[in-house]
Design a protein around this ligand. Structure first.
Ligand SMILES: [Zn+2]
Length: 472
């Protein structure tokens, strides 16, 4: 069954890339170093690596998270990628989604708007220098290993709204504001023989003249994650194949940006829907001669959103995206075929076994959470909590007569066991620090809500602090 995938003698798409969004459930150093071999097994030949705060930044060490990799790990990862024929394309954001630096006091004066932590002001003195320092930090380890560098650039929500930028944009246009900011960054990379890639969403409204100047220095990554290649995007009605034609007519090289995992779709990707998106973009990439397809896998909607499941629970979606990029098509019953593929041959040890363990544990945890979020027991507890404001009327037997709090408490605490299972399945693959964060984000809200409601009436039934301490 599994030999239905990767059938063609040569691939439909020349550069088949997978995006690693490391700001959610990053792999352990050992797993990271192993990834190029795994991806090569899936005939993936490019990795778009969004290091985010896992990178060992040196100019501004405060940009590192507590589990940031060391330089040796980065170099071993790059060496392994080269050895397995996998091109690494690092990604460092240049304008929006810069919450990591802009939430810190040292850099907040560089925000476009004081009350939005995501966007840099393109005209503020020191703003471009911060981005260049981050680029150069990444280049320090990647130089000699890379020929492309993704500079992000998507979704700068408040772009052009500070008084200085607004005055400039009113006079010259927003495209010129963006372009003037971008050019020195592009030239910095071009001078080192590196081709920059940039997300296309801001350029969708650019005049031809500006597009032509950009196209000389960078490639556009046209992204859209729906199951049709058209729709309303940031207030624009777009037909993406037409947009690509427009970019190409301005001389732009382009990449298709699909998605194997979207943060808004929950912890486990809806694989069929993701496959449709990947297939549509793969066909468009073939029709309109894209330089490649980059299948993105978002772990957080932005730096400041809760994470969803990481790589280890998405291998089915990743492998199917890889097969689609290779074959230019997908077989009937594609999800079952892909899961069977992961359970055989070399894929079995590298991906299949960890995937089946992590997936089963995460699915059980997800089902538990869904059941508890909508449990009818909460209403009974709300009722008993209300009467607690008239203490003399509290009937200590009421809750046990109409609704068994003890049983509800047991059901709630069953989540603790499932959280432990998720952590055990991922152990060695994702650092303990992030596993605790992941399960706590799903566990603590319900436990806190329960304690708040039950606390004044049945203090003996409170969930003790020791339960929380295990995941802190
Ligand atoms: Zn500004």
């Amino acid at each position: 069954m599994s030999d239905i995938l990767f059938q063609r003698a040569s691939p439909a798409v020349a550069v088949r890339g997978i995006h690693l969004d490391l700001k959610g459930m990053p792999p352990t150093a050992e797993r990271l170093v192993q990834l190029p071999e795994i991806f090569a097994e899936l005939k993936i030949n490019a990795l778009l690596v969004e290091w985010e705060d896992t990178y060992p930044f040196t100019t501004y060490p405060e940009l590192r998270c507590p589990t940031a990799y060391d330089e040796d790990t980065i170099r071993r990862f790059l060496d392994n990628a080269a050895q397995h024929g996998v091109e690494v394309i690092p990604l460092v954001q240049c304008l929006g989604h810069l919450e990591n630096p802009l939430l810190k006091a040292r850099f907040k004066h560089l925000r476009e708007v004081a009350t939005s932590a995501g966007e840099l002001c393109p005209r503020r003195p020191g703003a471009r220098d911060l981005v260049l320092a981050m680029f150069d930090d990444v280049l320090k380890t990647h130089r000699g290993h890379i020929r492309r560098f993704h500079i992000g650039g998507d979704e700068p929500w408040t772009f052009g709204s500070c008084p200085d930028c607004k005055a400039f944009a009113d006079k010259h246009g927003k495209a010129a504001l963006y372009r003037d900011y971008l050019m020195p960054l592009l030239e910095h990379l071009n001078a080192q023989g590196i081709r920059p890639l940039v997300w296309d969403d801001e350029m969708r409204r650019w005049p031809d003249e500006d597009l032509k100047r950009l196209a000389a220095k960078a490639d556009l990554v046209v992204w859209w994650y729906a199951d049709k290649l058209e729709g309303k995007a940031f207030g624009q009605d777009l037909v993406f194949p037409d947009l690509v034609k427009h970019f190409r007519s301005a001389g732009a090289h382009w990449w298709a940006g699909s998605a194997f995992k979207v943060s808004g779709e929950g912890d486990l990707p809806p694989v069929e829907k993701r496959a449709v998106n990947n297939l549509l973009w793969t066909r468009e990439a073939v029709n309109q001669q894209a330089d490649g397809v980059l299948a993105t896998g978002w772990t957080r909607g932005s730096v400041t959103c809760t994470q969803v499941g990481g790589l280890e629970t998405a291998w089915d979606s990743i492998a199917l995206a890889a097969a689609i990029m290779w074959d230019g098509d997908m077989p009937p019953d594609a999800v079952a075929v892909t899961r069977a593929h992961l359970a055989t041959g070399r894929c079995k040890d590298l991906i299949g076994e960890p995937f089946s363990k992590c997936f089963a544990a995460s699915l059980a945890f997800k089902d538990w959470k869904q059941k508890m979020d909508t449990h009818g027991g909460w209403q009974w507890m709300e009722r008993s909590a209300s009467i607690s404001f008239e203490p003399e009327r509290i009937n200590p037997f009421t809750d046990r007569r109409f609704f068994s709090i003890d049983k509800f408490r047991d059901e709630l605490l069953a989540g603790v066991g499932k959280a432990r299972d998720v952590m055990a399945a991922h152990r060695g693959l994702v650092p303990e620090f992030w596993l605790k964060r992941y399960v706590a984000a799903r566990l603590f809200h319900g436990l806190n809500r329960y304690n708040l409601l039950v606390g004044s009436v049945h203090t003996d039934l409170r969930i003790p602090d020791s339960v929380f301490a295990e995941f802190r």
